[in-house]
Write a protein that binds this ligand. Structure first.
Ligand SMILES: *Cc1c(COP(=O)(O)O)cnc(C)c1O
Length: 480
């Protein structure tokens, strides 16, 4: 195409002003605002000019493109404004999947978010006195009630505050209690949690010197005692969360560590990580201590997450001796790490469910409590709805669900899995197609050349969606 032809084609492109005056654009502007539509229109026109310049459009193709401008603007707007955060179906069987947002929030908590989020509240306002109040007063009394149920009178000596996440809770506790001094930690507990939370680095940022004791596999009480000196500010115990040590290992009992700390007047902080608020042995899960157990061992401050085993919103929680929590509360970092009203709203409702012992209203706990037989019944229903499909091969196999979120790494929950294979698709391709499902992507596991779906983590009302996606997927894509 010669330059003169291109110039002639370019001349036929409307100006931005002309374009925005067209009727189709007027209605787009009404719904999306002038600025957003003008930006999208500018982008569409620029693309058109580039295509002409590259010689991709002749006379006829240009006319088609010109007619399609309003539709192209609408598409551009829609994709620019579409949220990138999507609800997904978690068919992995990992209950607290950090990449998928950890714990789903309880219905009662969502109602409270809806109720409080849209208006003003007494978040930091004392309605009786008519003056400024404290935002943590709302959850502190619920934690107190819950711990009173679990610990009796001992709960009166405790207080609880809430920050952004458990990483923030550990940082805040160490900075408040150990800045400028030393914190003693066992070499077997210098862990890294997903998302690059590393104990030695957090310690550095908190301004505390790390004093390592013991060895990777064995640390004795005497190792701690030998390291205590006049710069020692805290003894830190870190829950190993995401890994499990077996074999020739040794670690002092928490109770003994606390006794040692108290003998030297050094507080013991425990980073519990997952922080179950119920005794998980009732779910058949062992080796995952609950918060009450740590408090019973008289740890001075325990830190834990809100969205792991607690099953609530993202938060970091510090429960401990009143005087120490008061000291931590006064740290200016507390202000920087504080949480918003939506988190308090969700946390309040979640804690109330614990106090009422309504554990099944907390989705993560309900999922962990599901029996393998209940899951098998649902899996059978899914398979029987799809038995007509010829290109789909489905079978039920025994398997295991995982708790995830760095909780009870060795714990496995017995489950039944749907093993899926589709004619003409590899397992990877089938898994990818499931992830591209609309409106809800479905995330499954791929193991040994098979796609495995674990309904434990699928919300029961999503089962029929899984059926419909599996059905259409294979119907539409017999050969890819
Ligand atoms: C998960 C975890 C953390 C980090 O908690 P977040 O809530 O993700 O910030 C810290 N320590 C331990 C032991 C953990 O398991």
């Amino acid at each position: 195409m010669i330059a003169a032809e291109r110039t002639a084609l370019l001349r036929r492109i409307p100006s931005l002003d002309e374009l925005l005056r067209q009727n189709e654009c007027a209605s787009l502007i009404e719904h999306n605002g002038h600025t957003a539509v003008a930006d999208a229109a500018r982008a569409v026109l620029a693309r058109l000019r580039e295509e002409i310049a590259a010689g991709h459009l002749d006379e006829k193709a240009l006319q088609l493109a010109l007619d399609g401008i309003p539709a192209a603007i609408e598409r551009t707007l829609r994709s620019a404004l579409a949220p990138l955060l999507h609800l997904v179906v978690n068919a992995t069987g990992v209950v607290l999947h950090t990449n998928l947002g950890r714990a789903p929030i309880a219905a009662a908590a969502l109602e409270r978010i809806q109720h409080l989020g849209g208006g003003y509240s007494n978040l930091e306002f004392d309605l009786v006195a008519g003056r400024r109040g404290k935002r943590d007063s709302h959850t502190d009394h619920l934690f107190a009630l819950l711990f009173e149920q679990q610990l009796g009178g001992a709960a009166q000596k405790l207080a609880t505050i809430v920050v952004n996440n458990n990483a923030a809770a550990v940082l805040l506790a160490l900075n408040s209690l150990a800045e400028g001094g030393e914190a003693i930690v066992s070499r077997g507990e210098l862990v890294e949690i997903g998302g690059s939370f590393r104990i030695p680095e957090v310690m550095g940022k908190a301004g505390a010197a790390l004093r390592e004791v013991g060895t990777t596999n064995r640390t004795r009480l005497s190792d701690y005692e030998a390291a205590i000196n006049n710069r020692t500010r805290v003894l830190l115990r870190v829950h190993r969360s995401n890994f499990h040590m077996v074999g020739f290992t040794e670690q002092p009992a928490l109770r003994d560590l606390v006794r040692l700390g108290h003998k030297y007047k050094v507080p013991v902080i425990e980073d519990l990580g997952s922080g179950a608020l119920v005794d998980l042995r009732q779910l058949g899960i062992t080796g995952e201590p609950d918060v009450a157990a740590s408090l019973r061992s008289r740890v001075d401050v325990v830190t834990y997450s809100g969205d792991k085993l607690l099953g609530g919103p993202q938060a970091g929680i510090l429960t401990g001796k009143k005087e120490l929590i008061q000291k931590i509360r006064k740290n200016p970092l507390f202000r920087a790490l504080r949480v918003d009203k939506l988190t308090y709203a969700a946390l309040e409702a979640t804690l109330a469910a614990y106090i009422r012992q309504d554990l099944d209203s907390i989705p993560a706990l309900r999922m962990m409590r599901l029996s393998a037989e209940e899951i098998r019944t649902r899996a059978e229903a899914v398979i029987s709805s799809l038995r007509e499909s010829k290109s789909l091969k489905l079978e039920i196999i025994a398997g295991e669900s995982v708790i995830g979120g760095g909780a009870a790494p060795a714990a496995r929950l017995r489950t039944f899995l749907i093993a899926a294979a589709a004619e003409g698709l590899s397992a990877e391709e089938l898994a990818r197609a499931l992830r591209q499902s609309q409106p809800l992507p479905i995330v499954a596991r791929v193991e040994e050349g098979r796609v495995l779906l674990d309904l434990r983590t699928v919300l029961p009302e999503q089962d029929s969606y899984v059926v419909s996606r599996l059905g259409t997927l294979t119907a539409n894509q017999p050969n890819r």
